[in-house]
Design a protein around this ligand. Structure first.
Ligand code: SAM
Length: 500
C-alpha cells in the first residue's frame, strides 16, 4: 500500500473513533509491515492530521491530540509587560551580575580602563568577524574576552528582543501554562534568562528550560548568571546547558518532547559555503517537538541574514513543517521567497551602565547597541496558522503575481504587512506580501492622503493581514518593485487582528 493510501486509511479510522491501535491497520496492507516500520513511516505525518501516537506494549495507540488551553496574558499581566517594555532596560540584578562576572573572570574591577579597553577590542573584533562572508567567520567563543564582549554588547538587546518575541507568542496563543522549552545555541543563556524574567510578570505559569551549547566559556557564563538571577525552586527551572555540537547531536540525549524549540541567532553561524545544513538541523531537532509545539527561529535583520531566514522557512515548509507566521500564503500557493528582506522592529532599549562606560570614547557609536530589529519565523508540525484568512480564484482581489498587468489601474488586494515603516514622515512605505509575488510589493501612503479609512496600514502590527481597496498600481523601475499607492479614496481593513 502506498504511503498516501496508508495515511488515508489512518485518517478514516481516526474520523470514526477517538482512538485505535496501529495493528488494526495491518489487515488493509497489501504487504504486511512490522509495527516499528509502520510507525516510522507515519509518525512525522500524524501532527498535521491532528493525531498522536502512544506506545502500548508492542503496539501504538493512535488518538486525537487533545488541545491544551493556551496561556493568554490577563489584563494585569499585560499591564506589567507593557510597563516593563516602557522602562526598556534589562533588570538591575542581571546588569550587575554581568558586571560582577566580568570582574570575577578578569580579576580586575569591570570598570578598570584596561578591562574596558580589552572589551572594546573584543567587541570590534566580533563585529568585524560578523560582517565577513558567513563561511569565513571564526565565531567560536573559545576565548574569555569574546564571551565577555558578547555579554556587554549583544546580551542586553537580545534579552529584550526575546521578551518581545515571548509576548508575541503569548498573544498568538502559543504558550501553555506549563512549558517545556529547548534553547538551541544558547550562548550565555540570553533566551533562558529572558524567559525566567518574563515569567516573573505572569501569575502562575511555569516553565522548564533545557539548552544546547558547544562553547565552554559561554556555558560557564550562563551558569554563573543563572545562579545569580534565577531563584531556586521558582516557577522557572533552568537546567544546566548540554555541551554538544548541534550539527551532530543525538536526539536521544534530550529529555522527552518540547512545547517550544528556539534557535536565536545561531543558525547564521552554521552556514557553510559548501552546503546549507540549517534546515537539516531544524528538522532533526523537530523530532523532539511536541505534536502541538512551536519552533521559533530568530535571525539578525541585516539583508543577508534576513533573506536567508525567509529562504530557510520555505525549505522547512518543503520538509514537512508548516509556517504559523509571519508569512501567510493567502492564495494557498507557497512562495519561493525570492530574495525577501523582511524584519520586525521594537523600541530601542536603554543603555546599560557597562555599555555607557564602553561608549565613553572617541568612536562611541561602535559600542552602543540598543536597536531591536530581527527576522523571525514560527513553525509547527500541525497546520495551525496565525490567521485563517484565505482567498480563492473567484474573489474580488488581485494576486500580486498579476500586478504587472494592471499598472496605472486601481485595484483591490490583500496581503500581509511584512515590514515596519520604511518611509518617512512625508511618505509612509510598508512591504506587503500575499505569497504570490516574484517582485517586491510596497504600499506607499503620502502623509497628505492619510484618512481614518486608510491609516490602519500605519498602526497594524507586523505580520497582520490587510485588505486594501482602491489602490493605484505603479511600477518602480529603479528598484524593480511594484508600489501600491494608497490615496484618500483607499479603504484599508485589518483581518485577523492579533490579540493585544
Ligand atoms: C550569536 S550566539 C547566540 C546566543 C543566544 N542564542 C542569543 O540569541 O544571544 C550563537 C551561539 O551558538 C553557539 N553555536 C554555534 N554553532 C554551534 C554548534 N554547531 N553547536 C552548538 N552551539 C553552537 C555559539 O557557541 C554561540 O554561543
Amino acid at each position: 500500500m502506498a504511503e498516501k493510501e496508508l495515511l488515508l486509511t489512518i485518517k478514516q479510522m481516526a474520523a470514526s473513533r477517538p482512538a485505535f491501535l496501529l495493528s488494526e491497520v495491518l489487515p488493509s496492507l497489501d504487504t504486511p509491515l512490522p509495527i516499528h516500520e509502520l510507525i516510522r513511516s507515519i509518525s512525522s505525518h500524524l501532527p498535521a492530521m491532528g493525531l498522536v501516537a502512544k506506545k502500548t506494549g508492542d503496539d501504538f495507540e493512535i488518538s486525537r491530540i487533545t488541545p491544551v488551553q493556551p496561556y493568554f496574558l490577563n489584563h494585569e499581566e499585560n499591564k506589567r509587560q507593557d510597563a516593563f517594555f516602557a522602562a526598556g532596560m534589562i533588570p538591575g540584578l542581571l546588569a550587575q551580575s554581568i558586571e560582577r562576572y566580568i570582574t570575577k573572570k578578569t580579576g580586575k574591577e569591570w570598570s578598570d580602563p584596561v578591562i574596558i579597553q580589552r572589551l572594546r577590542r573584543a567587541i570590534v573584533a566580533q563585529k568585524d568577524d560578523y560582517w565577513k562572508p558567513a563561511h569565513k567567520r571564526s565565531l567560536h567563543y573559545t576565548k574569555g574576552y569574546s564571551v565577555l564582549g558578547y555579554l556587554a554588547y549583544h546580551f542586553p538587546v537580545y534579552f529584550m528582543q526575546t521578551q518581545h518575541l515571548l509576548t508575541m507568542l503569548a498573544r498568538d496563543g502559543l504558550l501553555k501554562k506549563n512549558m517545556r522549552i529547548l534553547d538551541v545555541g544558547t550562548g550565555p543563556g540570553v533566551v533562558p534568562l529572558a524567559i525566567a524574567d518574563f515569567y516573573t510578570r505572569l501569575d502562575d505559569a511555569r516553565a522548564t528550560i533545557w539548552s544546547l551549547e558547544r562553547s565552554e566559556e559561554h556555558i560557564e557564563a550562563f551558569i554563573d548568571l543563572r545562579n545569580a538571577f534565577v531563584p531556586k525552586g521558582g516557577r522557572v527551572s533552568i537546567k544546566p546547558p548540554l555541551k554538544t555540537d548541534i550539527r551532530t547531536i543525538d536526539c536521544t540525549a534530550l529529555p522527552g518532547t518540547f512545547d517550544l524549540i528556539i534557535f536565536s541567532n545561531v543558525l547564521n553561524e552554521l552556514v557553510d559555503d559548501a552546503k546549507d545544513i540549517r534546515s537539516d538541523i531544524v528538522t532533526h531537532l523537530s523530532e523532539r517537538l511536541a505534536p502541538d509545539g512551536s519552533i521559533l527561529i530568530i535571525e539578525p535583520a541585516d539583508e543577508e541574514n534576513a533573506t536567508r531566514m525567509r529562504a530557510l522557512s520555505i525549505a522547512l515548509l518543503k520538509k514537512g513543517l508548516s509556517i504559523f507566521g509571519p508569512c501567510s500564503f493567502i492564495w494557498g500557493s507557497t512562495c519561493t521567497a525570492p530574495h525577501c528582506w523582511s524584519f520586525e522592529t521594537a523600541p530601542a532599549i536603554r543603555l546599560t551602565r557597562l555599555m555607557e562606560t564602553l561608549a565613553h570614547c572617541e568612536d562611541s557609536y561602535r559600542f552602543v547597541n540598543i536597536d531591536i530589529k530581527y527576522s523571525y519565523a514560527v513553525l509547527r508540525k500541525d497546520t495551525l496558522k496565525r490567521g485563517s484568512y484565505s482567498l480563492s480564484a473567484g474573489s474580488r482581489f488581485l494576486r500580486f503575481s498579476k500586478l504587472h498587468l494592471h499598472v496605472g489601474k486601481r485595484i483591490n488586494v490583500a496581503g500581509v504587512k511584512m515590514s515596519c515603516e520604511l518611509g518617512d514622515a512625508r511618505s509612509h512605505v510598508f512591504k506587503l506580501c500575499d505569497g504570490t509575488a516574484k517582485t517586491p510589493v510596497y504600499a506607499v501612503l503620502p502623509s497628505y492622503h492619510i484618512t481614518p479609512e486608510n491609516d490602519m496600514i500605519t498602526s497594524a502590527p507586523y505580520g497582520s493581514v490587510l485588505e486594501l481597496r482602491n489602490v493605484l498600481v505603479r511600477y518602480n523601475r529603479e528598484h524593480d518593485a511594484y508600489n501600491l499607492l494608497v490615496s484618500r479614496n483607499t479603504h484599508i481593513s485589518l483581518i485577523n487582528p492579533r490579540k493585544k
